[in-house]
Design a protein around this ligand. Sequence first.
Ligand SMILES: [Zn+2]
Length: 557
Amino acid sequence: MLYFHLFAIMKTKILLSIFSCALISNLAIAQNKITSEVASAIKVASATQIKTDIAYLADDKLLGRKPGTPGYKMACDYVIEQLKSNGVKPAGDNGTWLQSIVMRNATLAPNFTASIYSNSNSTDLAAESGITINPNPTATTTSIDAQIVFAGYGITAPEKNYDDYKGLNVKGKIVLIVRGAPSSFSSSESAASMNVATIQKNALKHGAIGVITATIAERPANTGPVRPAVARPIMALMSEKGELIVCASFTSEKLKLAGTLNFSVTNKILNDAGKNLTTVLENLKKGETQSFASNLKIKAGYQTTHSDFTTYNVAGVIEGSDSKLKKEYVVHSAHLDHMGVGRAVLGDSIYNGAHDNASGIASLLQITKIYSELKQKPKRSILVLAVTGEEMGLLGSGYFAAKPTIPVDKIVANVNTDMPGIIAPMLSITALGADHSTLINQVNEAAAYFDLPVEPDPEPNENRFVRSDQYSFIKEGIPALHVKYGNKTADGKNNLDLFVKEWRAKYYHKPQDDINGIFDFEAGKKYAQLNFLIGYLVANDLTKPSWNPGDIFEKKK
Ligand SMILES: [Zn+2]
């Protein structure tokens, strides 16, 4: 397999089979910007300290760092101590290190009612497990009675010349959508378009009051009994005044119904309008919108119980050196939470999250250590952010991006660190999301400095770009990236993805992801150094990062 240098691809549109010539030119650029002070500061990053930090954060006594537990608070305290010793200053609420957040657990009461009806007949959806209703984090009692409108994928993407809402009136109605995107969308465009929160927000913008997802495949016969149609509890972050700030599956108090219809109800709605599901799906894939107003209505009433507790983001700042630009920020982030105690696997029930994401936090701490070593700080300020609730749907970062402790329009970029995957030497990288913006320039400069080829995402179908906290910033219109390993291996087989897949099967989101797993702490050090340098180059560049003109993420604000 060849390694493609993205910078070279962008500049020349020619795929170079040898990346060295591009590396040399980038190295020359990088060396002008990377002073000897920066070069020597980079060397303070410590593999031993990364191991120490991971060992503490992933210790059994922290019980998997679940938000709302003492173990999570211990993790916050540890990070604060480390940031203090690295010369970082607090940047949370009112001069503290913490941003306090009310986390709400919302649970649907089982006695809900729901029916689908027309003038001539009515079907009880509750009795037949026809609908799964998402709990409403904004109200304890909710009711709705509205017409169904089918809105295809629920996508409005003018830059792709695609709009499921064209000519459709959904005001006061329930939008029915299928999850997907036209085949002309790239993997990151599809992933972003299929995001439930994005779909709901778009529907609300068009005046809808309900958004339900269609089930488009029959349930396989041998998958056990049908589960009762009660949604699992959901987590939402609320302001102290009780406003909904972020929730992955129920995004606004204007929404009266969110949920999923089963396969037979989906078919019933399409058949009633004289449509065939297979044909509709085929046409949607081709980019031909299939929207229509149904004659059917849904009537539902349900109750949600709420239980609230407090959780925290940890925020710190390293002040920039330029009197003007220091009012702008580059955010280095990583999530601090993990999944707590859960179902036992091989006799262990503590989900320690050593890789996910104690290793990212350990990297973040080394990044701050390098900044603290610099006498001449970068022009812009650096905001250091350890967030809560990532595992529950990017909640803490979503909260910070919506209610930052600094002005949101002063955040120029986000460099996120989630589960670097330090299980082997880091010999090449991929920078998720960077090629959507000018951030690819700093990625290429920093990677060239460390002799690391930059590869396209080896696993585009994993949609990793929208699966971690950088996505919360992207949704606010802030260019962001997340560095992952590329595929290069020392033996020349360049199949690191296979090793990662094996690792994932055994360790990912399992209690086995503890300090006794597979680690390459030297790779962790290199990862931290590289991420520092990317952030540093962005923070020190006179030009503010920007999305590529016409990019799908450009106008998401
Ligand atoms: Zn995770």
